[in-house]
Each structure stands twice: as C-alpha cells, then as structure tokens.
Design a protein around this ligand. Structure first.
Ligand code: 4AD
Length: 432
C-alpha cells in the first residue's frame, strides 16, 4: 500500500494534495470527455472526476470498463466542492481496476425485501443498511460505556445451558454429549450468582428464542443487555432503566447525526426522550385500554396492538409495572401489598416500537423460589445451583433485559427488526 493512501473520511486533512483511495464503485457515469466515479471505502463516499484530456489511455479505459461494486485504486488531487455531500471531490489522475465485478445482483432499481434478504451479505453495502448498522455499533459501544462508567462488572453468560429461563415454549434444544442442552434465552440466571460476587454486573450477548410466529418485532437470535444489581429493589430498578434509556438516546443523537439524516429519522421524536418517563401499573393500563375500546381480563398479556395504544398516549417511553404474577416468569418477586402482582417492569417505546425492556425484582426467599419452580413444572435438579444463590447469603436483587435490535429499530425508525442486525435469524430463515 503506497504511503499516500487515505480514508475518504479524512479527505479534509488533504485538501489540494495528491492521495490514493482504495474502494468500491457505487456508480459510474461517463460522457465522451469526462467520467464520474462514486467511490466508497467504508469510511465514506466521494466522487472522483476524470477528465479524458488529463489522464493516460489505460485510466480512461478503466473508467469505461469499471462496473458497480468493482474494487479500484484511484489517485488524484483532493478539491473542495461545496455541492459534494462530503464537501470534497477527487480530481483523479489514475484509476486502476483491482477486481472487476460482473453481474452484481443488487442494482439501483427497486428490489423486493425477500430478494434483498437472500442477498443480505451484499445488501450490507447499501447506504441505508450502512446507516442502520452504524447506529447499532454506536449503541453497542454506548451500552458498554454506560455500565463500565457505573462500575458494573461484565459477566459473560454461557450460550449452552441445561435449563430454560424464559419459559419452555421457545427453547432451541441441542444434544450435549448425550444430555439435552438449550441455547440461552437470557443470561439472567447466571448473572444473579455473579451479583453476589461483584454487586453490580451485566451481560451483553446473543440470546435465542424459537419464536414460532412471524412478526416484525421478533427474531430467533437477538442481542440482549442485562444488568443485575444486588440490594437493588424495584423502585431503583425502574430508575436504572430510565437512566439507561435516556443515556443511550442522548448518545445516538450526539454521535449518529449522519446516519440518522440518511435514514430521514425525525430526530425531534428522539429529543423528547427525557426523564421522568410516565409510569403506570398494569391495572391502570387495563382501565386505559378499556377506555380505548380494548377489553382485557386481569391476567391477559398485552399484544403489539395494546402496547401501541398505550405507547401512543406518550412522547417518551412508558413504564408498565405490577403485572399479574401468573402471567410472568417464575423468578419474579411478588408485591408485598398484593401477592397476585409481580414486581415486574416492561418499558414500551413510543412510535409503536413495542416492549424494549423487561425486568423485575427477583424472588430471594429460598422456599418461595422452590415452590415457584415446582408450580412452573421446571426441573428442580437443573435449578439447584440457582437456588444456591438464596441458600448462601440471600439478598434482594433486581435486573432487566433490553433487546438491542428493538432499541436500534426505534432509534433508526425502521419498521422491521430484520434490518437492525447484520444477519437476521427468523422463522425458517437462516441463509446467508
Ligand atoms: O422480557 P424478556 O423476555 O426478559 C428476559 O429475558 C429477562 N430474563 C431479562 C432480565 O430480566 N434480565 O426480554 C427482554 C427484552 C425484551 O424487552 C425485548 O426488548 C427483547 O428482550 N426481546 C426480543 N427481541 C427480539 N426478538 C425477540 N424474539 C425478543 N424477545 C425479547
């Protein structure tokens, strides 16, 4: 690689100098005398202008021959140009084709989503997909920063597990040397013992659910960030979720201006995401839904439609708490004032993005937890180690999980989760 190779993002540092770019051709236009190549190198896109009178025959021929998504080396002088999106263009003196692409399947014309999903590995190159995945990358960094700034210890929970965390109906089973094993639905159960070691812990990694239904909000493989805090009780948990979400939204607004602009995201909608978030108990939510013509029984879970009705009443995330214990997971602490209620929290994003956070205070009484495991028909033996957390120095504790893809879909304003992860896994979809 020659010394003057630079990234497009850094062109402003090289005005009037000769530089070399390495990248892919997004578009090519040429008249008899002048050619235009749009070159992308991952850091940005710039137009190279080639004047036939000023270049040798090989370069002019390359400009004629080059095709969409071929790789090229372009040498030229960096020139300021107020019309260019980056503020610069390149007056090229030499163009070399490094690899000529033939029959690139994704052309500038419109393609259906099914076709694009089959070509996900190539679709990633498009400006819209790049914008979404840049936001995802920023959010992932922000998640780690949030917890590390607050002295949480990162605990990597296992992917292969002997038991269910979030119900047995969405387990992916596999064979583990003759024993049944399951892909993790949540790292939570493994975080709770670690909270006794470090006080404040979190995990952030892929989780798996064999979701049998096709919806725009469900993936079978998704990333979840889960904090778990010793001696944190329910009100503190709600505060932590609120602080976390406002931190992430502010970070996206601060660092993702360019991708959000590319996605035509209405940023004013994100700017209103400030605390305090509205908080509503489940019973109140049921009443509100009835006022909007949706009659639910105590104990019914909210579907996408109910969530959207409730969320549309607010311009910021809505926290719903105190759910019927029967509808929730076995590990949730009952409300001391009403044993039928669980100290559970769901956060519903505005604009119809649905539940982004689910969490609770955990049962810390050994006998109660054992009863719950039995009531839920869970294999007691597989949970012995989890019960130990209550046996040896029990402590109240709480935590939640936030799905990265749901959060990114909300930030980027995309309607379907499938574009919020590089390689989505959905019902019957595992290629590429
Ligand atoms: O509410 P869930 O099921 O909570 C748990 O798994 C807890 N064990 C977390 C904890 O307390 N540590 O899931 C948490 C979040 C949801 O709010 C949603 O954002 C996301 O995970 N999620 C999904 N995202 C994409 N596709 C799916 N199939 C999802 N299921 C849950």
């Amino acid at each position: 690689m020659s010394d003057n190779t630079v990234l497009i993002r850094n062109l402003s540092d090289h005005e009037s100098s000769e530089v070399r770019l390495l990248g892919w051709i997004e578009k090519r236009r040429s008249s008899g005398k002048i050619g235009f190549l749009e070159v992308r190198d991952g850091s940005g896109t710039v137009q190279a202008v080639i004047s036939r009178a000023k270049v040798d025959e090989a370069t002019w021929q390359a400009v004629q021959d080059v095709t969409q998504e071929s790789t090229v080396a372009v040498v030229g002088t960096v020139a300021a140009d107020a019309r260019a999106p980056s503020g610069f263009e390149l007056h090229a003196t030499s163009v070399t084709i490094l690899s000529l692409t033939e029959d690139y399947p994704i052309t500038p014309k419109d393609h259906g989503t099914a076709f694009l999903m089959e070509h996900r590995h190539l679709w990633l190159r498009s400006s819209r997909q790049r914008a979404i995945l840049r936001v995802r990358s920023e959010v992932s960094h922000a998640i780690r920063d949030f917890y590390s700034e607050r002295d949480f210890v990162l605990i990597d929970s296992p992917i292969l597990t002997p038991a269910a965390c979030e119900g047995t109906s969405t387990l992916f089973a596999t064979d583990y040397f003759g024993e049944p094993a399951f892909l993790s639905q949540s790292g939570q159960l493994y975080l709770e013992p670690a909270a006794a070691a470090f006080g404040k812990v979190y995990c952030f990694g892929p989780t798996f659910r064999a979701e049998k239904s096709k919806t725009r909000r469900h993936l079978t493989e998704f990333w979840m960030v889960e904090p778990e805090v010793a001696f944190l009780e329910f009100p503190g948990l709600c505060d932590l979720a609120e602080e976390f979400i406002t931190y992430l939204v502010a970070r996206v607004l601060d660092r993702c201006a360019e991708p959000l602009k590319r996605l035509e995201r209405d940023q004013s909608k994100l700017e209103s995401v400030q605390g305090p978030f509205p908080r509503m108990r489940y019973r109140e939510a049921i009443t509100t839904l009835a006022d909007h013509g949706k009659i639910l029984e105590f104990g019914d879970d909210f579907g996408a439609e109910e969530e959207t009705i409730l969320a549309n009443l607010h311009d910021r995330p809505l926290m719903i708490t105190h759910y019927p214990a029967k509808a929730k997971a076995f590990y949730m602490q009952p409300d001391a004032e009403d044993e039928d209620l669980a100290l559970a929290l769901d956060v519903i994003a505005p604009e119809g993005y649905g539940e982004i956070v689910g969490g609770s205070q955990r049962v810390h009484d050994h006998e109660l937890l054992l009863r719950r495991i039995k009531q839920h028909d869970l294999p007691e033996k597989a949970f012995q180690w989890y019960l130990d957390v209550r046996k040896y120095g029990s402590f109240p504790h709480s935590g939640f999980g936030m799905g990265l893809e749901r959060f990114v879909a909300w930030m980027t304003g995309i309607p379907h989760l499938r574009e919020s992860i590089p390689y989505p896994r959905m019902l019957h979809k595992i290629y590429p």
